[in-house]
Design a protein around this ligand. Structure first.
Ligand code: FCB
Length: 510
């Protein structure tokens, strides 16, 4: 039903394409065809969407950012650390998945990756060379707590302590993600995220980490992109642990929402002054046409893409527009809605692309089961240029998303926790990496961000994805998102974009 290529795209396309692809995998064949929906949507939406800004943000003049703005770069443990089985680290679901033949492009693994476990001081030196004052990195749960429960691994704590001390010494804020997708394999063996108990295990891990490192870390993210990891991991199967089950996906979504509440409370109990958020995968959802049906579809797309893990935290409820999945299928029990509450101190936004939404036709609704369960078609925008991995470059998406969250949630603190682009430029004959498209990308998105701040958004920081070219999940090492080039055998070299970003950070303007 799904080709490998389609499935590789779908984590990204989830926000853009449709819940359909995954639901299709879980429903009886013949009821539904994922590909036909995506393709139909693509054709139907190739015209300009009704509400899109055709006006570009003017990035020719300079704009300044607020005093004290955090200029940062982001990474994740499995994507850079390597040392997958050193110093008492437990196996994670990503170790297991990447070691399974056929799961990762060109058989890549994170076994060594950028070797940051041994070379973190070089990473810190790069951050310093770019004048950055914030580093978003994640803690590997199985490095700290090898089996996902029980005592801490002291060597794991030592590693993160040394990294944090080096950052503080360099006057760089440690901005810590507690879960960037590497669940201890032992917990997956016990049921993984679909199992209710995993929420308690997560809260214990958060408590242990806050005790060990919270004397020097004040800014935390509980999760990275909840929707992306449960979608890829439990429904589509392209990410660890590689399951393809609608029920597991729905159950996992609810456990993660409960874990977000439980983790929030655990962190605040141990470190009451900690500033706690989550980095959500977000994408502004535009109606494909000006019809009322497409407008409604765009609101549904917004609920599933942007609110599924945010509204439970801030309001203790699932979004109303999320007519499917039902709370029964997710396994919601009495008292759970209160447990999901987590009054986050800031909202982290990871943003890469926009989404175009349209209403399925009557025929599609009858013939595609998914569309009476979840009546919306989503696809990617087609007007802008594409990065090397095919994502549309559309800077107004950042403005639109930040303003929507600002309006709908009473001007919360926002951190841009990821934004970036895959361009695979390598060194030229002189050894320089002239990635001018990356400079243009960040310049335009930063102009859009500056406009949102001028229009009233409370944005505290911007983190480029990513510091180093690294292991890009199921895509292995085939995509280079870094401000620094990594040749994976010897060293890291700042790209031209890294030098440019250093000036932006130093001058606090772009
Ligand atoms: C985000 C992930 C991050 C990286 C970028 C390209 O969805 O959070 O780890 O893979 O995409």
């Amino acid at each position: 039903m799904k080709s490998k290529t389609t499935s590789r795209l779908t984590r990204r396309e989830f926000a853009r394409s449709t819940l359909a692809a995954g639901v299709a995998a879980a429903l009886p064949a013949g009821l539904f065809s994922a590909c036909s929906v995506s393709n139909a949507a693509r054709t139907a939406n190739s015209a300009a969407p009704a509400s899109s800004h055709s006006a570009k943000f003017d990035s020719s003049s300079e704009v300044s950012f607020p005093k004290g703005f955090f200029w940062g770069a982001a990474t994740a443990a499995y994507q850079i650390e390597g040392a997958w089985n050193e110093d008492g680290k437990g196996e994670s679901i990503w170790d297991r998945f990447a070691h399974t033949p056929g799961k990762i492009k060109n058989a890549g693994t994170g076994d060594t990756a950028c070797d940051s476990y041994h070379r973190f001081s070089e990473d810190v030196a790069l951050l310093q060379a770019m004048n950055l004052n914030s580093y978003r990195f994640s803690i590997s749960w199985p490095r700290l707590q090898p089996a996902g429960s029980g005592p801490a691994n002291s060597k794991g704590i030592d590693y993160y302590s040394r990294l944090i001390d080096a950052l503080l010494e360099a006057r760089i804020r440690p901005f810590v993600t507690l879960y960037h997708w590497d669940l201890p394999q032992a917990l997956e063996d016990a049921g993984g995220w679909p199992a209710r108990d995993t929420a308690s295990r997560f809260a214990d891990y958060v408590d242990l980490t806050a005790r060990a490192l919270g004397d020097r870390v004040s800014d935390w993210m509980l999760f990275n992109e909840p929707l992306a990891f449960i979608y890829g991991g439990y429904l589509e199967g392209s990410h660890a642990p590689g399951r393809e089950s609608l029920l597991d996906f729905l159950r996992a979504s609810h456990t993660v929402n409960r874990a977000q509440g439980a983790g929030f409370r655990a962190l605040k109990a141990t470190r009451p002054s900690a500033r706690v958020g989550t980095a959500f995968s977000m994408s502004p959802c535009e109606p494909a046409t000006s019809s009322e049906e497409d407008r409604v579809a765009a609101e549904r797309a917004h609920a599933v893409t942007n609110l599924w893990f945010l509204e439970p935290a801030l309001m203790g409820r699932y979004p109303e527009a999320l007519v499917f999945p039902s709370e029964t299928a997710m396994g919601v029990k009495f008292g759970d809605l209160d447990q999901m509450r987590a009054p986050l101190d800031f909202i982290g936004i990871n943003l890469y692309y926009r989404t175009i939404a349209s209403a399925p036709s009557a025929l599609e609704r009858i013939s595609h089961t998914q569309q009476w369960l979840f009546p919306v078609k989503m696809t990617e925008g087609q007007q802008g240029p594409k990065t090397d991995n095919g994502w549309e470059v559309w800077p107004p998406a950042l403005y639109d998303m930040v303003m929507r969250i600002t309006r709908d949630f009473n001007r919360p603190q926002i951190e841009i926790t990821e934004n970036g682009c895959a361009y695979n430029d390598g060194p030229d004959a002189s050894g320089a990496i002239r990635d001018t498209r990356r400079i243009a990308y960040h310049r335009q998105y930063l102009h859009a961000l500056a406009r949102s701040i001028a229009d009233g958004a409370d944005v505290r920081g911007y983190h480029a994805w990513t510091l180093l070219d690294n292991f890009e999940w199921d895509q292995g090492f085939s995509q280079r998102f870094g401000l620094a080039y990594v040749d994976f055998k010897t060293q890291r070299t700042l790209k031209e974009s890294g030098r440019w970003y250093a000036k932006v950070a130093a001058q606090n303007r772009v």
